[in-house]
Design a protein around this ligand. Structure first.
Ligand SMILES: Nc1ncnc2c1ncn2[C@@H]1O[C@H](COP(=O)(O)OP(=O)(O)O)[C@@H](O)[C@H]1O
Ligand SMILES: [Mg+2]
Length: 275
C-alpha cells in the first residue's frame, strides 16, 4: 500500500519528532511504501501534493495548519474533500476536542464532571459556574500548554482580569476560566473505538518543581529550556491500569488527561489529537 505520513512542519525539528521515523519504519517492515508530506501553509499546494502522491492511506499526524492549532480540524476536512482515507479523528471530532469549553459542555451532558468554569466572549459572560479562587485562565483552542504559564493560575480579581486580557489579546480566543484543581496529574492513553481500552496511566512528576510555582504543566515546564520561565522539566511515571470511558464523538484518535483533585472527586478531562 502507498501510505503518506502527513505531518506539521515543526515535526521536522530540531529536534525531529521521532514518531515520524518510527511510523515509516513500522509501515515499511509491514511491506508498505511510506512517504512523508508536510502540511504546506498554502492549501492549494497541499491539495495538489496530496493528490499527486495518490496515497491509498494517509497517516494524519497534522496538529496544525500554518502553525495554527485552531485550524487542525481543517486538515482532516481537506482529506475528506480529496476523498482520501486517513487515520485519526474526523474534522468533527477534532473540532470538538480542539475546543476545551465545548468539550466540557459535552462531557457534562454525559454526566462526566470537569472543573467548574466560566467563558467570556468579547466582554459578555457566556457562562459562569460556581467559582472560587484560585482559578486558571486558558486559551480554549490551544494545546501543548501554549499560553499556559505560572501566571495563568490567578488568586484575585486583578490577576484574573490581567490574564483574561492576555489570552484575549494574544490568542483572540474567549478566555476559559477554570477552577484550579490542586492535586496529582495523570495522563491516560486510550486505544480502540467501540471497545476502547485504557493504556497504563502516566503521572506527572512534580517532585523537582520550585515550591513557589503552581504545580502545572506549563509551556515552560513542557518545552522551555531557558529564560525567566525556566522550570525543571516534568517527568511521568507509569501507574497501574484503571477503567476509562470514551464518548463516541471522541473515537478514532484522541488523548485524555485526568487530574483527580485532592479536595474533591471532580476531574479535569480533555481530549486532543495524538500521533
Ligand atoms: N483546572 C485545572 N486545574 C489544575 N491544573 C490545570 C487545570 N487546567 C490546566 N491545568 C494545568 O495546565 C496544564 C495545561 O492545561 P491543559 O488544559 O491540559 O491544556 P493543553 O491542552 O495545552 O495541554 C495541565 O497539564 C495542568 O498541569
Ligand atoms: Mg493537556
Amino acid at each position: 500500500m502507498t501510505i503518506v505520513i502527513l505531518h506539521s512542519e515543526d515535526a521536522l525539528g530540531p529536534p525531529a519528532d521521532p514518531v515520524l521515523a518510527q511510523i515509516a519504519g513500522a509501515l515499511e517492515r509491514a511491506g508498505h511504501e511510506a512517504a512523508f508530506q508536510v502540511v504546506l501553509p498554502d492549501v492549494v499546494a497541499l491539495a495538489t501534493a496530496l493528490r499527486g502522491a495518490e496515497p491509498e492511506l494517509v497517516v494524519n499526524l497534522a496538529e496544525a495548519f500554518d502553525g495554527k492549532s485552531a485550524l487542525e480540524s481543517n486538515v482532516a476536512a481537506l482529506l475528506n474533500l480529496l476523498d482520501l482515507r486517513y487515520t485519526g479523528s474526523s474534522p468533527a471530532g477534532l473540532m470538538l476536542a480542539g475546543d476545551k469549553a465545548l468539550s466540557k459542555k459535552v462531557l457534562s451532558f454525559h454526566g462526566v464532571r470537569s472543573p467548574q468554569f466560566a467563558t467570556v466572549h468579547r466582554g459578555d459572560v457566556e457562562w459562569a459556574g460556581d467559582l472560587t479562587f484560585p482559578l486558571i485562565v486558558k486559551p480554549p483552542q490551544e494545546d501543548a500548554s501554549i499560553g499556559i504559564t505560572h501566571a495563568s493560575v490567578v488568586n484575585n480579581v486583578q490577576e484574573l482580569l490581567e490574564q483574561m486580557g492576555e489570552v484575549q489579546g494574544r490568542f483572540h480566543q474567549p478566555p476559559l476560566v477554570e477552577q484550579f484543581i490542586d492535586g496529582r496529574e495523570f495522563y491516560v492513553g486510550v486505544i480502540g473505538n467501540a471497545d476502547a481500552r485504557a493504556l497504563p496511566p502516566l503521572e506527572m512528576d512534580f517532585t523537582d518543581f520550585p515550591t513557589d510555582r503552581p504545580r502545572i504543566a506549563s509551556w515552560a515546564a513542557k518545552w522551555g529550556e531557558q529564560g525567566a520561565e525556566r522550570v525543571p522539566s516534568t517527568r511521568a511515571r507509569a501507574l497501574s491500569c484503571r477503567r476509562i470511558w470514551l464518548p463516541s464523538s471522541m473515537s478514532n484518535c484522541g488523548r485524555r488527561r485526568s487530574t483527580p483533585s485532592a479536595r474533591s472527586a471532580s476531574a479535569t478531562m480533555h481530549a486532543s489529537t495524538c500521533a
